[in-house]
Ligand binder design. Structure first.
Ligand code: NAD
Length: 488
């Protein structure tokens, strides 16, 4: 079995223990991963803290930091195929998706590389004569970056990129599910020439690794992506170190389709929104809210497309949908689909595992949940299950779209420009796509409302989020400072 290692303080090393990683397409163990315990986490954070104050990193100009990030971007691009193959083997995500996504990850590093020397402080107007006051932007400190199993390279880039551009140092915790691509990425960090300890990459489980990391007294900033339940733990952990926290969490994102929408394009977007990555995407468009007049026609088109999806081995180029990442995940989906059917939902297609396939496969599933309280409407499934609801009026559509404590993303399909603008304003979500779905870019901030989290990743301001402001007062007068206790 292939063995992976941690990167701590510039050295590759085994963890206190190790654990087997399962290939979701076969259900068999294929690699041994290091498992960080409290002592490993402490060494990683201490290394990051030492590097933060070491001239090898601190003494670099912002332009030099940017050049290191450009180098890292080039290495990611050069190694994209190898990284994609690892991600496919360890998570079951299909090779078509992993290779396209990882090639684009290089663009994220390029974007943040370019920002490194564009960060500026400010000179402040002040109401006191004889004083000069300015604001310095400094790196916030040691960053604990924690990512979930899906898209680990992508979700780390939106944390590492701005953190390194700002001059921070990082301990990156890969998920215990599918950590191979991030542990391999650590080798590219070394090759790029970052000084030891600037980037540390570890993996391990929630209680003995994630918790120790996010409550560590030397951590100043936590960038977390995962589920809302875990996020609550992270917030409690951060009560220890009072670190600045940003949270990118789950969703139950609505796709609202009006009767004037282009049916063919909309069907393609809905299918991509829920069945890409086997539905294991935080922005999965898992609730279809469709106007009654076109509901039957759209469902017929979606059923035909869902049934034509090629399910198969994730490493095959022809495969369009691979397995779920874990057995646990498939059990959860099966339970909620069964409950939803007994709550009155109508099965349009899917609803079971495909016959005769090993691994954690599940068929693309559409449930018409109109008029029911089925769990599929409200529970984030992180799988290929679309819950459908019908509506009559625009007000109904907005009410249904907002009937969730989440607020990550939403899609609106209509040719009516005025209506599109009204929905952009009225839908409660951090990202609204009009007549498109799932588009992302390093230039566009991304993040959620409500249970979908707080803070934004991507865009100019995300780099400021890794800085702390220092206000400096300089007295410009040469006159002596008068004795405060002598009355004049
Ligand atoms: P998870 O919340 O179970 O795990 C996320 C990470 O947190 C893992 O690395 C895990 O080891 C760590 N962790 C667990 N317990 C911890 C603790 N007590 N303290 C600190 N860290 C701890 O998530 P998952 O099941 O791996 O991923 C699925 C979830 O991630 C879904 O809810 C999905 O929507 C969300 N997600 C959100 C985004 C986004 O950008 N908004 C992107 C992808 C995934």
């Amino acid at each position: 079995m292939r063995r992976f290692q941690h990167l701590i303080g510039g050295q590759f090393e085994d963890g206190a223990e190790s654990f087997a990683s399962i290939n979701p397409a076969t259900g068999a163990a294929w690699a041994l991963m290091p498992r960080a315990g409290a002592a490993d986490v402490d060494r990683a954070v201490t290394a990051a803290h030492r590097a933060l104050n070491d001239q090898a990193w601190r003494g670099l100009t912002a332009t030099q930091r940017g050049k290191l990030l450009y180098r890292l971007a080039d290495l990611v691009a050069e190694n994209a195929q190898a990284l994609a193959e690892l991600e496919t083997a360890d998570t079951g995500k299909i090779i078509r998706e992993t290779s396209a996504q990882i090639a684009y990850v290089a663009e994220y590093y390029r974007y943040f590389a370019g920002l490194a020397d564009k960060l500026q402080g400010a000179h402040l107007p002040i109401d006191k004569p004889g004083m000069d006051v300015w604001l310095r932007r400094e790196p916030i400190g040691v960053v604990a970056a924690v990512v979930p199993w899906n898209s680990q390279l992508f979700l780390s880039a939106v944390k590492l990129g701005p953190a390194l551009a700002a001059g921070c140092t990082v301990v990156l915790k890969a998920s215990e599910d599918g950590p191979a691509p991030l542990l391999e990425f650590a080798r590219l960090v070394q090759q790029a020439g970052f000084p030891p300890g600037v980037v540390n990459v570890i993996t391990g489980f929630g209680p003995d690794c994630g918790q120790v990391l996010t409550s560590h007294p030397l951590v100043a900033r936590i960038a977390f992506t995962g589920g809302p339940g875990t996020a609550r733990h992270v917030m409690r952990n951060a009560a220890e170190n009072l670190a600045h926290v940003t949270l990118e969490l789950g969703g139950k994102s609505p796709v609202v389709v009006f009767e004037d929408a282009d049916l063919g394009s909309t069907a393609n977007a809905v299918v991509a929104g829920i069945f890409a990555a086997t539905g294991q995407s935080c922005v999965a468009g898992s609730r279809l809210i469709v106007q009654h007049a076109i509901k039957d026609a759209l469902l017929a088109a979606l059923k035909a497309k869902a049934e034509a999806i090629v399910i198969g081995a994730p490493q095959e180029r022809a495969t369009e949908m691979g397995p779920l990442a874990t057995q646990r995940q498939r059990n959860h989906i099966e339970k909620v689909v069964t409950e939803s059917l007994s709550a009155g939902a109508r099965l349009v297609t899917g609803g079971s595992a495909p016959q005769g396939m090993q691994g954690f496969y599940y068929r693309p599933t559409i449930l018409d949940c109109s008029g029911t309280e089925a769990q599929a409407i409200s529970t984030e499934l992180f799988g290929p299950v679309l819950a459908v609801l019908g509506f009559e009026t625009e007000d109904d559509a907005v009410r249904l779209a907002n009937a969730t404590p989440y607020g990550l993303a939403a899609g609106v399909f209509t040719r009516n420009l005025a209506r599109a603008h009204r929905l952009t304003r009225d839908i409660r979500a951090g990202v609204v796509w009009i007549n498109t779905y799932r588009a992302v870019s390093p230039m566009a901030p991304f993040g959620g409302f409500g249970l979908s989290g707080s803070g934004r990743e991507g865009g100019l301001e995300s780099v400021l989020d890794y800085t702390r402001a220092k206000t400096v007062w300089l007295r410009t007068s040469d006159d002596p400072i008068p004795d405060p206790f002598v009355m004049r």
